[in-house]
Design a protein around this ligand. Structure first.
Ligand code: RIB
Ligand code: NA
Length: 308
């Protein structure tokens, strides 16, 4: 069957250290646990969607090394279509050293490596899979040129575009915003893009208005424990999130975006606010377990009303 969700984006091997608190500059800290996991915002979102039952394809680049081989196997284990995941000899598979403290807060460094070798022509080679999809999802961990090619291709085939502009980039290409049907950022990314403070819901609404003026059709600003604000020319809707004590928030934003892609593709009859509400619930489930993809819930682990 045809993938309805296509992600053009990154794969990273997450190297996660669990520490009592985040280190200060120049400080050496004892951590109490280390684990290697599968991450990268693009792959995380793709896997989050397949866990919910989506048929999804990944367009990506890994290095010709053990991390890359393991990643291909991880995709197979998660039923991700890898027809357009390529291997390059020119760079190593992307890595992300991550520190997670006892409150579940994290700091992430990404060394994108092979992800930056995914070219516009690699993306064009995937046109057949993109054109038959319902949703195309992109993030900011591959080159802006490859991202823009993907968004343009999707638009030319009337495929909905969901752009998660993470990590924060103050110089984000204006054309990327213009080609986004849904432009999704967290509070920090919203601040960096708009130069406005985004602390409260009201701030988020103002930032969203400024982003709408830059040409996207709708904006989602995620607010961590305070849920999200969804904005269009018609107005703003706040989506509340359940209050929980997080174990590990790494990749929660990706769980949210991946879930949204799933709902857009498979439950398109739902109102946007309902899709966002359900996506928040999936993200909340992910912060209650350690790791990134390891914490993403399967359909069976979630209440059945999320799938009706
Ligand atoms: O959003 C979380 C992800 O960011 C991690 O998996 C890490 O790989 C970085 O890409
Ligand atoms: Na998690």
């Amino acid at each position: 069957t045809t993938p309805k969700v296509v992600v053009v984006g990154s794969c990273m091997t997450d190297l996660i250290s669990y520490t009592p608190r985040l280190p200060q500059p120049g400080e050496t800290l004892h951590g109490h646990k280390f684990s290697v996991g599968f991450g990268g915002k693009g792959a995380n979102q793709c896997v989050a969607a397949t866990r919910l039952g989506a048929n999804a394809a990944m367009v990506a680049m890994v290095g010709d090394d053990s991390f890359g081989q393991n990643y291909l196997e991880n995709f197979k284990n998660n039923n991700v279509d890898t027809s357009f995941v390529r291997v390059t000899k020119e760079a190593a598979t992307g890595v992300a050293p991550i520190v997670v403290d006892d409150t579940g807060e994290n700091c992430i460094i990404i060394v994108a490596g092979a992800n930056l070798k995914l070219t516009s022509s690699n993306v064009e080679q995937a046109e057949d899979v993109i054109k038959d999809a319902s949703v195309l999802v992109c993030q900011g961990e591959i080159t802006p040129a490859a991202t823009l090619t993907a968004l343009r291709l999707a638009r030319s085939h009337e495929v909905k575009t969901l752009m998660n502009a993470a990590p924060a980039d103050p110089f984000l290409d204006a054309a990327i915003i213009e080609h986004s049907d849904i432009f999704c950022v967290n509070e920090i990314e919203a601040e960096v893009l708009t130069k406005l403070k985004v602390k409260t819901r009201k701030d988020a609404e103002q930032a969203a208005e400024s982003l709408l003026k830059r040409g996207c059709k709708s904006v989602i600003i995620t607010l961590g424990g305070d849920g999200a604000v969804y904005s269009t020319a018609e107005g703003h809707t706040h989506i509340a999130a359940e209050t929980v004590t997080p174990v590990d928030t790494t990749g929660a934003g990706d769980a949210f975006v991946g879930a949204l892609a799933y709902y857009l593709a498979y439950h398109s009859h739902l109102a946007m606010a309902e899709m966002l509400q359900r996506s928040c619930q999936v993200a909340t489930a992910s912060v209650l377990a350690p790791g990134t993809q390891t914490s993403y819930p399967t359909r069976e682990q979630l209440p059945s009303h999320l799938f009706s």
